[in-house]
Write a protein that binds this ligand. Structure first.
Ligand code: MRU
Length: 351
């Protein structure tokens, strides 16, 4: 299995996704500030992977602490969480992971400091393992929705690289293939950062799953030609009403899917559901450096001085979403009810 990120004795090790698909290199972070940098610079990216990276960054920072009292350690924890919390605003998994580490600290703060440090490392490792298990469960649920043969379109990378392993949208595709379905994946290249062309194609090729890369503006034509039987994407944040924030361009795909009568599925763990966020208009959308748009592989593509925008995500209204696949089961409209029910079960399981 692809090792997107891993806790090691020397620090947190990341597969450097900025170098794929041509170089398979790893970066080891030995400080929490370095972890914040690799999240911000997209060495690691994808909502669930960002969450686990944040947890490991916090564990790393606390493990390095020289604090001699729990009060001082707590102040350091707040400072670390603040730095990591300012890396990427849209993926709610980042804030979910930070909250979970803070809650863990509160539950064990009466213990001696070395034990607190060890418990936080173990919590981050548990989150890593739980993410893989959630993706496999999502795969089992989602595979039932995938037709026995035909083209499946995906946008961005919601694969092993975007998670601790196996993937959300690509986990559903993997599970469908494992169940014997004859699927051909169409991967939108996903401008400007090219997660589809660089990352989705790379990991599906490794698994021997037939894949065709298309530029984003080809998706509509492929649907019209009957090449796409279903669409499955990931999510960075799902509002309580089922509106979905995901990689820029997802909204376009969803609207086109409706026009062509193609099911549009979203696969995401419960940690991506933000019940405190009533609808998509409340989801903060990250604006990234315009250089990602103006330059391709370091070469300037647009004239100097022209106005450029680079929103990293868009919001797909719930009415375009055929179903939301989670590790707890499949949610259908009305999402306000179905998501609350599934997220409630999650809260019970965590106790
Ligand atoms: O900017 P990125 O590459 O972090 O965006 C990733 C996406 O939009 C994914 O579709 C989403 O995080 C789900 S990943 C399982």
């Amino acid at each position: 299995m692809i090792q997107t990120l891993e806790w090691t004795d020397r620090g947190v090790r990341f597969l450097d996704q900025t170098k794929l698909p041509t170089e398979e290199t790893y970066v080891t972070c030995t400080t929490y500030q370095q972890v914040a940098d690799v999240i911000r610079n997209m060495v690691v990216r994808g909502a669930p992977a960002i969450g686990v990276a944040a947890a490991m960054g916090i564990a790393l920072g606390i493990n390095d602490s020289k604090a001699e009292s729990t009060g001082d350690l707590k102040r350091e924890l707040d400072q670390i969480c603040d730095v990591i919390g300012q890396t990427r605003p849209t993926a709610v998994n980042l804030f979910w992971a930070i909250r979970r580490m803070q809650e863990k600290f509160e539950r064990i703060r009466i213990r001696p400091i070395p034990q607190i440090k060890q418990a936080l490392i173990e919590e981050a490792q548990r989150m890593h393992a739980a993410d893989i298990a959630a993706n496999q469960a999502m795969g089992r649920h989602g595979a039932t929705l995938i037709p026995s043969e035909g083209g499946v379109l995906t946008h961005c990378n919601a694969g092993a690289l975007a998670t601790a392993g196996y993937g959300t949208a690509l986990g559903v595709i993997r599970a469908a293939v494992e169940a014997g379905k004859k699927i051909h994946v169409y991967a939108d290249e996903t401008r400007p950062f090219l997660q589809g062309a660089r990352l989705t194609a790379w990991e599906l090729m490794k698994d021997g799953i037939p894949t065709t890369v298309i530029s984003d503006n080809m998706a509509g034509a492929m649907m019209r030609q009957g090449k796409i039987a279903a669409i499955v994407v990931g999510a960075d944040r799902i509002a309580a009403n089922g509106d979905v924030a995901n990689k820029i361009g997802t909204y376009t795909v969803a609207v086109l899917a409706k026009e062509h009568g193609i099911p549009f599925y979203v696969a995401a763990p419960i940690s991506t559901v933000d019940l405190a966020c009533p609808d998509g208009s409340q989801i903060p959308i990250e604006q990234r450096n315009v250089k990602e748009v103006t330059h391709i592989a370091g070469k300037q593509m647009v004239p100097d001085g022209v106005s450029v925008e680079n929103p990293a995500f868009d919001v797909t209204p719930a009415k375009y979403v055929s179903a939301i696949i989670t590790e707890k089961g499949i949610a259908r409209a009305p999402y306000a009810d179905s998501l609350r029910l599934l997220a409630g079960q999650e809260a019970e399981v965590r106790g």
